[in-house]
Design a protein. Structure first.
Length: 217
C-alpha cells in the first residue's frame, strides 16, 4: 500500500507539474534528495550542475546542467602523477601510474612522460609488469622529443624493458600501445634510472597514461 511505503516512493516534489525543463533532483517520499536529477532532456548525476543528454543520433554529451556541453567526465583509465617520481638505484620499481583492468577486455594505451636524469649518461628505463594482470596480447612503442639516446623503444611483453641510455636535459617520451587482458588485475608502469652511476632519474609530475577500453573488430 502507498501509505505504508511512501518513504520509498521516488518523486520530483514539483507540485504535480510533472517533469521540468531544467534539471531537478529526484527525492524519496520523505523529501530526501537522491543522487539523480531529471529534466525533459537530461539526466543529472549528484546534483543539477552535471548532466547527460542526447546530442545526436547515437551521440551523448556531458553538460553543465544547462544547454552548454561544458561538463567533464573522469574515468578510471586516465591518470597523471601528482608529484615527481625519482629513482637513484637502477632497479625498476612501481610508479603511481596504476590501473585495474578486466579479464578479456582490450585497451588502447597512450601517454606522455617527462623524463630527466641528473647524470645524463645514466638514462632511464620503463616496463609495465608492476601489476598482477597478464596479457594475451601486448605491445608498446615509444617515441622521443628531446636530446635522448634511444636503446630499446618497443616491447611485446609487459616485462619487456623500454630504455634510453642518455637523457640530456628534460626529455618527453610519447607512448602508444595495446593490451588485451588475460588475467585481470592491476596494470602498473615501473621506472628507474637505466645504468646507475650517481644520477637520479626523475619522472616529472604530470606525466600521464591513458587506457581506453576498446572493441575488437
Amino acid at each position: 500500500m502507498p501509505k505504508n511505503t511512501y518513504g520509498d516512493l521516488v518523486q520530483l516534489n514539483n507540485g504535480g507539474a510533472g517533469i521540468p525543463a531544467a534539471l531537478q533532483r529526484l527525492q524519496d517520499g520523505l523529501g530526501t534528495n537522491t543522487g539523480l536529477a531529471l529534466s525533459t532532456t537530461q539526466i543529472g548525476i549528484g546534483g543539477t550542475d552535471l548532466g547527460l543528454k542526447r546530442l545526436a543520433a547515437a551521440v551523448a554529451a556531458v553538460t553543465d546542467g544547462g544547454a552548454t556541453n561544458l561538463g567533464w567526465l573522469q574515468e578510471a583509465g586516465y591518470a597523471a602523477l601528482a608529484a615527481n617520481f625519482t629513482d637513484a638505484i637502477g632497479t625498476l620499481i612501481n610508479t603511481n601510474l596504476s590501473f585495474t583492468v578486466i579479464a578479456g577486455r582490450s585497451y588502447q594505451i597512450s601517454g606522455l612522460l617527462q623524463v630527466s636524469n641528473s647524470l645524463a649518461a645514466d638514462g632511464s628505463q620503463f616496463n609495465f609488469a608492476g601489476g598482477a594482470c597478464t596479457a594475451t596480447t601486448f605491445f608498446m612503442a615509444c617515441n622521443n622529443i628531446g636530446s635522448v639516446v634511444a636503446g630499446t623503444v618497443t616491447s611485446t611483453t609487459l616485462a619487456g624493458v623500454i630504455n634510453y641510455t642518455t637523457n640530456t636535459g628534460t626529455d618527453y617520451l610519447v607512448l602508444s600501445g595495446y593490451l588485451k587482458v588475460n588475467a585481470g588485475g592491476t596494470f602498473i608502469m615501473k621506472a628507474a634510472t637505466n645504468t646507475h652511476v650517481s644520477g637520479t632519474m626523475t619522472l616529472g609530475a604530470g606525466s600521464w597514461l591513458a587506457l581506453t577500453d576498446t572493441p575488437t573488430l
